[in-house]
Each structure stands twice: as structure tokens, then as C-alpha cells.
Design a protein around this ligand. Structure first.
Ligand code: ZN
Length: 387
């Protein structure tokens, strides 16, 4: 059972069962577990099945809602997913803005950019509106323009639905909420929905025009290359999905958490499909030793070459993607698939950490040192787990 139900990381509890962190108030709004009184006084029902909820807030680690009269830890199937959908809709309707991914077609100098990506403000959010044969999660409207918003919680938007969206030629995006950490706070969850969670275009009428234009112009070479690279691209997309769905199993991550640096790892960068483990693991592996050295007064140095060596030692590189030519890489990227070589993935991540003030560039884009640690980070993990 647990094997065929993908775990909702954000809402998973022990034994692979999903736990509920949102209840529905009498007025239909969503209440986060952090906002309610313990017990039946939470005055909430399950958004999935309507059963009265009990707020279980005893243990500090695992606050959640239980179904009243039902054994602990066994919410209904629909509860957690329905709850997150309702909350996401509520957030959109209240904030009326959304980060949109870039809309590009092709790669290289001839690349067409329909929208560079960025925050998109809209006038209204229409919830649960039927549109022809489909019911999108949310439709946001700006003037006469409509954008369909789908949330991926446990199931990606299926092909039949995408085909209908394409047939109606509606702009649509999918926001992937499946990888949120279990202890995501309400404000972080809002930010994930509006801006930080991975998102992609399912369809855009402009893209269709651009593609038609490209074919008219006779962009045959691109197309031939793209076709040849289709199996490679599919394999890469599948590899990305695989690592995103993995649970963390790396001890280095515990050390990173102990240093209060959890936000420094698990960063999605182009190239994550080149590894056999989730970004959180290989990033933690690279960072943990350097941070330990910095904490003991040394120079916590990270280099691209050293990082790749460590990753390779553990067998965490997928051979198929570690030596692609530039032409192959470009062909994998041709439909916007965020591919990059492993070394660039490491460098992009380290550069992100430099922007976060965790690392300091110390060379020609291939070496970094750990910034001075705070007192809390110096203290380090309480356990003595080591890789
Ligand atoms: Zn329920």
C-alpha cells in the first residue's frame, strides 16, 4: 500500500502514513496545526472526508490532526492531499501573485524567450471552476487572460488532462509541492506555493506559436538533434523525478542539520539528474566536512574537483550523464529541461550558497571557503554520527 502511494514528504508521518497538518474551519478556511488549540477545541473537520478532527500537539516533533474516534495515525486517504490543495488555493486567492517559470523554446543563440520568468500579479483566483472537460485546481485571471494552475501533491497532472489543456490552448503551469520537508511552517509553505517550489509550464499558447514559427523558419537542424536526443532527455527527466522522490538517507545531512545549515542543502539546480541521490545528499556530503573543518578553526575549502571526487567515490554519479558533449547537453535542454553537467551543478549550488552568505568564492568559479560560522553552528551536531 505504502509503496504505491507516493509519500507526501511534507505531510508524511511515521510508518509511511500521511498525516494531516491542515484542518477545515467552520467557515471553510484552512487552519494550520500551529494555529489551533489542542484537542477537539480546534473546531476543525477533515477537508477530505468531513470527520471531526482532534489536534494532537503533545509531542513537540509531530503536531498533526487526527480523525476523532479513529486510531491515531490513520487519516483518510484524501485528507492530506485535499487539505494542501485547499490551502494552496486559499493562498493564491489572498495573495494574488505567483512566480512563473521562464517560457523558452529552443536553446543556444536562436533560443526564443516568450517570458523571462518572474512574479506575475493577477486580478482574481477562481477556485474549482469547470472549464470545458476539465476542472483545474485554480484559474487565475488577469484582465481577459486566464492561467490554469495545477498543484502536484502526490500525482502529476495526467497526460489526458494535459492533452485537453493543449487542445483548449490554455496557458497552464504545474507547481510541485511533493518535496516539501515535513516540518514546513505555514509561512514557508506559502512561499513554496507562491514562489520557491519547482514549477513548469504544462502548456502556453505563445509556445505553440513560437514552435510553429520555428518550423516555418526551417529550424530543421535543431529538430533533428532534438529527436535524436529524445531517449537521452527522457532518461534524464526520469532520473530527476527519481532523485526528487527519494527520501534522505545520508548521515552528512544530519550533521548539516546539527549545524543549523539545513537551508544550504537540498537546493534544486540544473543537473540534479546526473546524480543517483537527491540534491540534499550530495550537497550535504560536500558541505559537511568543510563546515567541520571551519568549526575547528581550519580553512573549510570546497573545490569542484574535490567535490566530484567524493561523489564519484560513493558511486553517486550516473555514468550516462557525466560525460555528455555540449551538443548532447544542448539537445537535452532543447525543451527547457534543466540539464547541466555534474561539475556545473556543483558550481551552481556553491554559487547559490555564496549568495546566501554561507560560502565565499575563493577562485575562478571553482573553489569556495566556508564563511565564519555563528556560535550555534560552531557547536555542531549533538550526535557524533560520521559518514
Ligand atoms: Zn478525512
Amino acid at each position: 500500500m505504502a509503496a504505491e502511494t507516493p509519500l507526501l514528504t511534507g505531510f508524511a508521518c511515521r510508518d509511511g502514513r500521511e498525516s494531516l497538518v491542515f484542518g477545515e474551519r467552520a467557515d471553510g478556511t484552512m487552519a494550520h496545526i500551529s494555529e489551533v488549540t489542542s484537542g477537539l477545541e480546534c473546531n476543525c473537520v477533515c477537508p477530505g472526508c468531513g470527520t471531526r478532527l482532534v489536534a494532537r500537539k503533545g509531542n513537540k516533533q509531530d503536531h498533526h490532526f487526527g480523525h476523532h474516534g479513529v486510531e491515531d495515525g490513520r487519516p483518510c486517504q484524501a485528507g492530506p492531499e485535499t487539505a494542501l490543495h485547499k490551502f494552496a488555493k486559499e493562498v493564491l486567492a489572498r495573495r494574488l501573485e505567483l512566480e512563473l517559470p521562464p517560457l523558452v523554446d529552443g536553446a543556444g543563440p536562436g533560443k526564443w524567450v516568450g517570458y523571462p520568468g518572474g512574479t506575475y500579479g493577477f486580478d482574481a483566483a477562481l477556485l474549482e471552476n469547470r472549464l470545458g472537460e476539465i476542472v483545474p485546481d485554480v484559474i487565475v485571471r488577469k484582465g481577459e487572460r486566464h492561467l490554469l494552475v495545477e498543484f502536484l501533491v502526490t500525482h502529476a497532472c495526467d497526460e489526458a488532462k494535459i492533452a485537453r489543456i493543449v487542445a483548449m490552448d490554455m496557458a497552464a503551469i504545474e507547481i510541485d509541492l511533493s518535496g516539501l520537508p515535513r516540518d514546513t511552517s505555514r509561512p514557508d509553505l506559502e512561499e513554496a506555493i507562491l514562489a520557491t517550489a519547482p514549477r513548469k509550464w504544462l502548456h502556453n499558447p505563445k509556445l505553440r506559436e513560437a514552435q510553429a514559427e520555428r518550423e516555418r523558419r526551417g529550424g530543421e537542424r535543431d529538430l533533428v538533434l532534438a529527436r535524436a536526443a529524445t531517449p537521452l532527455r527522457r532518461a534524464y527527466v526520469a532520473a530527476c523525478a527519481e532523485v526528487r522522490a527519494m527520501r534522505t538517507s545520508c548521515l552528512a545531512y544530519d550533521r548539516i542539520v546539527g549545524r543549523h545549515l539545513a537551508h544550504a542543502v537540498g537546493i534544486e539546480v540544473p543537473g540534479i539528474g546526473c546524480f543517483t541521490v537527491p540534491p540534499r545528499d550530495w550537497q550535504a556530503l560536500i558541505l559537511a566536512d568543510a563546515v567541520d573543518i571551519a568549526a575547528s578553526g581550519g580553512k573549510g575549502l570546497i573545490t569542484t574537483a574535490g567535490a566530484l571526487w567524493k561523489i564519484r567515490q560513493r558511486g553517486w554519479l550516473r555514468r550516462r550523464f557525466s560525460g555528455l558533449t555540449e551538443a548532447e547537453a544542448a539537445a537535452v535542454r532543447v525543451d527547457g529541461t534543466p540539464f547541466d553537467h555534474p561539475a556545473n551543478a556543483v558550481a551552481t549550488w556553491a554559487t547559490t550558497l555564496s549568495r546566501l552568505g554561507i560560502l565565499l568564492p575563493a577562485g575562478a568559479g571553482d573553489r569556495w571557503i566556508v564563511w565564519q560560522l555563528t556560535a550555534g553552528q560552531m557547536r555542531g551536531p549533538q550526535t557524533s554520527k560520521r559518514l
